[in-house]
Design a protein around this ligand. Structure first.
Ligand code: UTP
Length: 289
């Protein structure tokens, strides 16, 4: 029986270059999609997958992330006094429970692999999830829960993937599969941004992973890779020579909120999916078109 996945690492220390200047003083993952920060959706997704401890890898100037998940008596008391019970409930819905969140400073943005490595002491010797919080996933069964289901079936390491739009595989990390039968397939490799025509499949790595703790030893000794950064992909490729990796084509849609148009698409899609806003949102969009 595989060990249960209880902890998730959420690296949020990147520069957010593609959504500057918005991300200059507000951490990118606190930008709103409709009326909640991106991170709110991702933490909700993690909870739905049974995650009990959240490890945020943060950078300088990102204290607002801790504050978001903490109580704010001034705001809460004011809402209570004004009888705004629905807004108060909405504000409180996102609060962390005492002890369930850790915040670790990355100190230098040396890459996603380095960010994940910073979580090693808090994760310890157990499998864990990695969630790239700028990737919002709309799915009936939350994406990470689907990855945990897959992990409970086959163990080892799981990477959530999604078909890339026609002709766009060159923009992504693409997986190579032993054979493509159904949604869960054994991986034989992965390649970062393959030139068009050389891609081993059309499935891109979409930002949810279940990894075994042996990844930390690899990350700790790995030289810098592409862009002078410590790449998670390189460490996973090394781990794949020793352990099983499966790609899960999860059911749902990914929105890359680290990108201007991706963030816009997420706002439109999530507003249209909200029963309380759908009609007004549709009318507003129609009027603009
Ligand atoms: P990205 O490359 O998508 O994010 O990294 P970024 O660096 O913020 O974006 P751009 O390219 O400058 O616009 C994927 C995730 O990994 C985190 C980012 O915060 C993002 O959530 N990350 C990346 C770190 O935490 N530390 C790093 O050193 C690099």
């Amino acid at each position: 029986m595989s060990k249960r996945v209880r902890k998730a690492v959420l690296p949020v220390a990147g520069m957010g270059t593609r959504v500057l200047p918005g991300a200059k003083t507000t951490p990118k993952n606190l930008l709103n999609v409709v009326d909640r920060p991106i991170l709110s959706y991702v933490v909700e997704e993690a909870r739905a997958a049974g995650i009990e401890h959240f490890v945020f890898i943060v950078g300088r100037g990102q204290g607002a992330i801790e504050d978001y998940f903490d109580t704010n008596p001034e705001v809460e008391n004011a809402l209570e006094a004004k009888g705004k019970a629905d807004i108060l409930a909405d504000v409180r819905r996102d609060l962390g429970k005492p002890g369930e969140m850790s915040f670790i400073r990355q100190m230098a943005p040396l890459g996603l692999g380095h960010a994940v490595w910073c979580a090693r002491e808090v994760i310890g010797d157990e499998p864990f999830a990695v969630m790239l919080p700028d990737m919002l996933m709309a799915a009936e069964r939350p994406a990470l829960a689907q990855a945990v289901d897959a992990y409970n079936k086959v163990g080892g390491n799981i990477i959530a993937v999604e078909p890339a739009p026609e002709g766009e595989t060159y923009k992504y990390g693409i997986v190579a599969l032993e054979a493509q039968n159904g949604r869960l397939n054994r991986m034989t490799g992965m390649v970062e941004k393959p030139p068009l025509g050389t891609e081993p499949s059309n499935l891109f790595i979409s930002g949810r992973y279940i990894l075994q703790p042996e990844i930390f030893q690899i990350l700790g000794t790995q030289p810098r890779g592409a862009g002078g950064e410590i790449q998670l992909t390189d460490a996973m490729a090394t781990l794949m020579t020793r352990q099983d990796f499966h790609a899960l084509e999860y059911e749902g849609t990914t929105y890359d909120c680290g990108d201007k148009i991706g963030l816009l698409r997420a706002n439109v899609a999530f507003a249209l999916a909200r029963p309380d806003l759908a009609d007004e949102a549709r009318a507003a969009i129609k009027a603009l078109l």
